[in-house]
Design a protein around this ligand. Structure first.
Ligand code: 5GP
Ligand code: MG
Length: 180
């Protein structure tokens, strides 16, 4: 696996430090326990980020999973999101924080936010580990961002290429010959 990665873009230690800071920002925003918080991680890309982030968050929380797929198989450019709008918990009347791995074209987050808004949460915010500012559209607002990155296709720390490399501990760039 390591030999498939051309370079590390963000080292795991840097991610760890940023997660702590993000968790502090999030904790300050929700300000105390018993706020009725539900985190909604978008599967599967956000699972590693979520697992690390929530262990720095000293808040009582529920987790409701949602699954969306925008890069089916080996495609690396966003098609129409193949959206499985299934949410594993009730978010009505709760403070909802959607968690995603990366904000690219914004289509995924736009759909998930719209779906959750219909269920009338008490508040709705979003956190992403990575954002590609050159592509992120102005109408998709995220409240918490780990890192802004260039418009590169990255893998690792939950992010996949053809469902591989999610367990690579850093955020890295694949060797170009491995990409279609
Ligand atoms: P968007 O809908 O914002 O275009 O894309 C969001 C989803 O596409 C992310 O949740 C992620 O699964 C996938 N994606 C976007 N950019 C990248 C990337 O650079 N690397 C990987 N592995 N997935 C990406
Ligand atoms: Mg994905």
């Amino acid at each position: 696996m390591e030999s498939d990665i051309a370079r590390i873009l963000i080292h795991k230690d840097e991610i760890e430090a940023r997660n702590r800071a993000l968790a502090a920002e999030i904790a300050a925003t929700y300000n105390g326990d018993n706020v009725g918080l539900t985190l909604v991680p978008i599967l599967s890309g956000s699972m590693i980020f979520l697992a690390d982030l929530i262990r720095h968050l000293p808040l009582k929380m529920k987790i409701a999973l949602v699954q969306v797929s925008t890069y089916p198989g080996t495609a690396t450019s966003p098609g129409d999101p193949r959206t499985v709008l299934q949410l594993s918990g009730d978010v009505t009347g709760r403070h909802v924080l959607v968690v995603d791995d990366i904000l690219d074209s914004g289509r995924t987050l736009r759909r998930v936010l719209a779906m959750i808004r219909e269920r009338q949460p008490r508040s709705l915010r979003a956190a992403v580990l990575l954002r590609k500012p050159s592509k992120a559209p102005p109408d998709v607002k995220v409240d918490f961002v780990g890192f802004d990155i260039d418009d590169l296709f990255v893998v690792g720390y939950g992010l996949d290429f053809d469902d591989l490399y999610r367990n690579y501990p850093h955020v890295g760039v694949l060797h170009p010959e491995l990409m279609p």
